[in-house]
Design a protein around this ligand. Structure first.
Ligand code: PEP
Ligand code: MN
Length: 355
């Protein structure tokens, strides 16, 4: 159920509604919008008597939410969610198309800094890299663990980039929450419900990747798990699904972008690296993702892809990433959006004025 407050409702009136909801043993989710606040209610097993709230001061109307996913849906919040990272002068879901780039895995301090330097120079404001890697083989490189997170934190301090890295279980999530700016939940964990709930209690934004065989409903319900625990800063990510096609590692389902945007206020970005598995297809699919209206890209870039410890075949050389940025900048402009410009001295402290 959803309680829509009047545009002129005061903070106290919103608070009184939330207290009444909690008093019934339910959970209140206040969602401030551009013109008015709505309060989502979760936790009810049956219908709630609307008269309980109808007459409260500041309440405009009480409506039943028809979708199974509630907090995620546009019924609850029509204006788009923008997730902001002030220290990096960055956001996801606004008019600037966010670009997240970096190696698949953090391998060493030298490798991470070499990648970050080129990525920041090209204009990207987010640095990705795995410290915990979910690998198909137990014998493959599993990541540097906390040491990798420390290296990423150093990258943030040095370049002013926002850090995106994956948590694979509750223990690694505790550490990722401490060091990173965005907690990534990987495709293989999209329906790990206890991990989703833990991410929902985290105080950092969550990047939720679509499972490789997840339907749109399952994808949105996974986001609902995170939001139902009180974390509303969720960024969705399409990373390709399994099909019979074998010319690419996965089939990048770009049609899910407008499908998500129709149903949900959450931002959605695209991962053309895991989506194709092949370096030569990453830039074309990045162009397509921006053209289809994605709010951002997450791209694997390695200073020396041929020596990468994971996903080398799909990692771009830094020069190719420069070209990708150049091309998507022009496509974004067609849609009235922007992609940040290259910067000359990425190690200088970042201020809004220097961007
Ligand atoms: C990754 O981003 O390196 C990764 C493992 O992604 P996914 O969960 O989409 O496979
Ligand atoms: Mn990877």
């Amino acid at each position: 159920m959803l309680i829509v407050m009047k545009a002129a409702a005061t903070d106290e009136q919103v608070r009184a509604v939330c207290e009444k909801v909690e008093g019934l043993g339910l959970r209140a989710h206040p969602m401030p919008g551009a013109t008015r606040t709505a309060v989502g209610i979760t936790g009810n097993k049956s219908d709630i008597e609307t008269a309980t709230f109808d007459e409260m001061p500041g309440v405009q109307e009480v409506i039943h939410v028809s979708k199974a996913y509630k907090l995620v849906s546009r019924e609850v919040k029509d204006d788009k969610t923008v997730v902001r990272f002030p220290h990096a002068d960055a956001s996801v879901g606004g008019s600037e198309v966010a670009v997240i780039a970096g190696p698949c895995a953090i391998e060493s301090r030298e490798q991470a800094f070499a990648a970050a330097e080129r990525i920041a120079r090209a204009g990207a404001k987010f640095f990705r890299g795995g410290a915990y890697k979910p690998r198909t083989s137990p014998y493959a490189f599993q990541g540097l663990g906390e040491e990798g997170l420390r290296i990423m934190a150093e990258v943030r301090d040095h370049f002013g980039l926002a850090i995106v890295t994956e948590a694979v279980d509750n223990e690694s999530l505790d550490l990722v929450e401490k060091y990173a700016d965005v907690i990534q939940i990987g495709a293989r964990n999209m329906q790990n419900f206890s991990l989703l709930k833990r991410a929902g209690r985290a105080r950092k934004p969550v990047l939720l990747k679509r499972g490789m065989s997840a339907t749109l409903d399952e994808f949105l319900m996974a986001a609902e798990y995170i939001m139902s625990e009180g974390n509303y800063q969720v960024i969705l990510c399409e990373r390709g699904v399994r099909t019979f096609a074998d010319h690419t590692r996965n089939t990048l389902d770009l049609s899910v972008v407008p499908a998500v945007q129709r149903l949900s206020h959450l931002p959605i970005i695209v991962d053309p690296s895991h989506g194709t598995g092949k370096r030569n297809k990453v830039t074309p699919l990045s162009r397509a993702a921006v053209a289809v209206g994605a709010d951002g890209l997450i791209v694997e870039v390695h200073p020396d892809p041929e020596k990468a410890m994971s996903d080398g075949a799909q990692s771009l050389f830094p020069d190719q990433f420069d070209q990708l940025m150049h091309e998507v900048r022009q496509i974004a402009a067609v849609l009235g959006r922007s992609v940040a410009k290259p910067i000359e001295n990425p190690a200088a402290p970042v201020t809004a004025a220097s961007r």
